[in-house]
Design a protein around this ligand. Structure first.
Ligand SMILES: Nc1nc2c(c(=O)[nH]1)N[C@@H](CNc1ccc(C(=O)N[C@@H](CCC(=O)N[C@@H](CCC(=O)N[C@@H](CCC(=O)O)C(=O)O)C(=O)O)C(=O)O)cc1)CN2
Ligand SMILES: [Zn+2]
Length: 783
């Protein structure tokens, strides 16, 4: 019986100990030169290929590595560099690449200290926009188009990395984001032609794809992988036409090389026939997210193509259930034959942590249930072996035993939690009185001025704060010393807020490593890894906690810090929590029950925290739901169901408090238009949102909807190192004041300040308070 081939779509690039992050940040600080960074990249690529080879993967990817982002690499490959970066049209340098991602203080684009977001329109080389890659927590750089955009082959990275693999004896499979996905993910930014249809650019873009593909073929590439995850979205007729035109041309350009087109993250639905009809040699399908559609896929699968089935979840950390995967694979093998079936992971492994090998502290029982990227490689190879009949039956037995242990573990199931979720009623999600009544009571209790000023929660997570935490984790700092250090940071932060005249202070979140991980660490039903980092954007990583079982809160999580903070000031301190939907969306979550159930369990745990804070005398509580919007399913038809349980979860969390307790929520990086009804349904007393970068445009949704509750539209773009002036912020508040009743308007930044430095935050907040004061005075003078 013939051997079944194995491959992956991509491998994490950050390194087991985030080597790439560390080297990149040193380069940005000017502490190592470019060749040193290049050589770290080269070593990592080699190490990653060797690991894949050692695991027995037949076809390894190349060009899945990136110093920042694979879409940004494509921007550079196509010479799609926005004019403001002063690119000379030659080979795009690493320096220009980083300038696109991070902004450049001047057109020389040196490694300036800048953010991952955009640098505001005031500076010449402001960064390109960054946004979420489908429904993941990975962010890509948004390609920018104009009506006169031209494309031209402008980097050699994809060829260099192919040759690098060749030199190591590997015939690697180069990976490239596909033309339709590339155009779909980009944005037209052309003030002279704002309505330009970006798909008009296809004819100019395809010749570069043809050139790249032909060149790779000439250099000996057997397979080329083209990623088209937009197949998992609702596609327009225009996009469908683009697919037909693109692949007719690319198939011709391929010559001796064979093309594999990959879709992932969701079902194909009415794109199925289009996908199956592409004139390419192989198609990759996500059988995890698309399991329900596998029958339809197999029934219609063309006789001349290879099918790569992604049965291992690239987006989660659970050990694969071999029996379940084999059932799918056997079915495919019966239809297609072993020669036309490849085994893979559902998506690139970019979205899973690197390796379980260095996890020494992870609870042994739970570690046995997990598989990170390296373990997933072994799973792919093992499944292919079992399917070929030459497999490791001991591995299958071991897998069955592990699945059984997980299923039956007492650690997972807590009857009291299940009963509590079952007993949730509509009353749990309802405040005693309607907003208008609460607003009166809260006004009286809180005694805030017009246009009250506040911030979103975090203050700078300085190197000093992180170093203290690192020392404490290594036991180089005692609990008492760490506690004293944090108290001092918190006290200084609050006193400073009082001093500059912030009306509603926050404690600063110095004790938190991350707004989700911090809560995960304190909830029962969660475990957390030491090194389970996943790239979020550029060099920034997150370590999502692992939600494995029914959720309880053994003891209050934030009451101590918030009470301490309140004791420092007479002003109303805003207690700070992360909401259930955001905790869910930024965690690795169980795959043995619906997300909605896990979310409600989280909601009940955070509700208890809310009520404890209230009992401790905290009068204002913010419940962050930064990730509410990004949890939206990729297909519109599934939105309502998600929004229903997400909003209900928030309401359960927030709405058990008395009328006089003011509930805030916060959302950033959100387009609000299509979910404004759901946001209003949350019924928070105050919502703070990110609006400064869009010049208050994001507020329109609230205005059109006649959003009834109070709003703090952000006036300070915290993604930029630029310090906003009093006048800039005044004009933003005025703009908001023209459409929002003055009594409902708050003044605050776009988001938390944790990624900024004090030298930026101090003057910016002083200006913000001044802007609010001026408007207040003007408003009082007018009556
Ligand atoms: N979970 C989550 N998802 C999110 C966001 C978010 O805030 N959280 N925001 C958006 C993405 N934005 C992000 C913004 C910042 C960072 C970020 O700053 N990440 C840090 C890690 C944050 C962290 O957990 N740090 C830990 C560990 C710090 C660390 O690595 N320490 C060093 C030692 C440090 C020293 O000695 O100074 C080490 O252990 O090696 C801590 O503070 O405790 C980083 O990559 O640098 C990530 C995402 C969307 N998704
Ligand atoms: Zn935010």
């Amino acid at each position: 019986m013939s051997k079944i081939r194995t491959h992956i779509l991509g491998y994490p690039r950050i390194g087991e100990q985030r080597e790439l992050k560390k080297a990149t940040e040193l380069y940005w600080k000017g502490e190592i030169p470019a060749p040193a960074l290049e050589s770290v990249g080269k070593e990592l690529r080699k190490h990653h290929w060797k690991k894949q080879q050692a695991a027995g993967i037949d076809l390894v990817p190349c060009n899945d590595f990136s110093f920042y982002d694979q879409v940004l690499d494509a921007i550079c490959l196509f010479g799609n560099v926005p004019a403001r970066f002063g690119w000379d049209g030659g080979s795009v340098s690493l320096q220009t690449l980083f300038a696109i991602a991070r902004g450049a203080r001047d057109s020389k684009a040196a490694g300036s200290e800048c953010c991952g977001g955009s640098c505001g329109s005031g500076s010449a080389g402001f960064a390109s926009e960054m946004t979420k890659w489908f429904d993941t927590n990975y962010h890509y750089i948004v390609p920018e188009f104009k009506a006169d955009t031209q494309f031209k082959l402008s980097t050699t990275k994809i060829f260099d990395e192919f040759k690098e693999a060749q030199a190591l004896g590997l015939n690697a499979k180069p990976v490239l984001v596909g033309p339709v996905t590339y155009l779909t993910l980009g944005k037209v930014q052309d003030s002279a032609n704002p309505d330009f249809d970006r798909f008009e650019l296809l004819d100019r873009l395809l010749p570069v794809y043809e050139e790249v593909i032909a060149k790779l073929a000439a250099e000996g590439a057997e397979w080329i992988q083209i990623d088209e995850p937009v197949f998992a979205l609702d596609l327009s007729e225009r996009q469908k036409e683009c697919f037909i035109e693109s692949y007719a041309r690319l198939a011709k350009a391929a010559g001796s090389a064979k093309l594999l087109v990959a879709t992932y993250f969701g079902e194909l639905r009415d794109n199925l026939a289009l996908f199956l009809g592409l004139p390419v040699a192989a198609l990759h399908y996500d059988a995890v997210r698309g399991e329900a559609e596998v029958d339809a896929l197999l029934n219609a699968f063309p006789a001349d193509k290879i099918l790569s089935l992604g049965v291992i979840d690239g987006r989660n950390i659970w050990k694969n259930n071999y029996d379940a995967s084999l059932a799918i694979l056997e079915q495919a093998k019966a239809k297609l034959g072993a020669a036309r079936l490849w085994v893979s992971a559902s998506s690139s492994l970019l979205h899973s942590p690197v390796s379980l090998a260095s996890e020494k502290k992870l609870d042994a029982e739970i570690k046995d249930w997990l598989a990170f990227a390296d373990e997933k490689l072994v799973e792919i190879v093992t499944l292919a072996g079992l399917l070929s009949g030459s497999g490791d039956s001991a591995a299958l037995e071991a897998n069955r035993a592990s699945q059984k242990r997980r299923r039956e573990s007492r650690r997972i199931h807590n009857p009291a939690v299940k009963a509590r979720v079952a007993a949730i009623t509509a009353a749990d999600g309802k405040r005693d009185s309607v907003f208008a009544v609460r607003q009166e009571v809260q006004r009286e209790k809180l005694g805030l001025p017009l246009f009250p000023t506040t911030t979103i929660g975090s203050f700078p997570q300085t190197a000093e704060v992180r170093a203290a935490r690192a020392k404490w984790k290594k036991s180089a700092l005692s609990d008492a010393e760490y506690d004293a250090f944090l108290k001092e940071e918190t006290r200084k932060c609050i006193e400073w807020q009082d001093e500059i005249g912030i009306d509603m202070p926050v404690h600063g979140e110095f004790e938190r490593n991350d707004m989700v991980e911090y809560f995960g660490e304190q909830l029962e039903g969660y475990v957390f890894s030491q090194f389970g980092w996943v790239q979020s954007y550029g060099s920034r990583c997150v370590k999502p906690p692992i939600l494995f079982g029914d959720i309880t809160r053994p003891k209050p999580m934030t009451v101590g810090w918030t009470s301490f903070a309140q004791s420092v000031t007479k002003n109303p301190m805003k207690g700070m929590l992360t909401g259930p939907v955001t905790i869910l969306n930024w965690s690795f979550v169980r795959d043995d029950q619906p997300r909605s159930v896990s979310c409600k369990q989280l909601a009940l745990a955070i509700r208890d925290e809310v009520l404890d804070l209230e009992k401790a005398g905290v009068r204002v509580i913010q419940i962050d739901e930064a990730a509410l919007r990004e949890g939206l399913p990729l297909r519109k038809s599934q939105w309502q169901e998600y929004l229903d349980w997400a909003v209900e979860s928030f309401r359960i969390t927030a709405n058990g408090v008395k009328d006089e307790t003011q509930i805030h929520t916060h959302m950033c990086y959100s387009e609000f238009n299509d979910i404004i009804g759901a946001i209003a349904g949350m019924d928070a007393d105050v919502i703070t949102i990110e609006t400064s970068r869009s010049n208050m445009e994001l507020l329109d949704a609230f205005v059109e909807f006649k959003y009834p509750n109070e709003i703090g539209p952000g006036v300070y773009d915290i993604h930029s190192p630029r310090i906003p002036s009093v006048e800039q912020m005044e004009s933003l508040i005025k703009k908001a004041g023209a459409v929002i009743p003055a009594g409902n308007l708050w003044v605050n930044p776009d988001c938390g300040l944790k990624t900024r430095g004090w030298e930026e935050v101090r003057p910016a907040l002083i200006n913000m308070v001044e802007a609010a004061r001026k408007l207040r005075a003007a408003a009082l003078a007018a009556v």
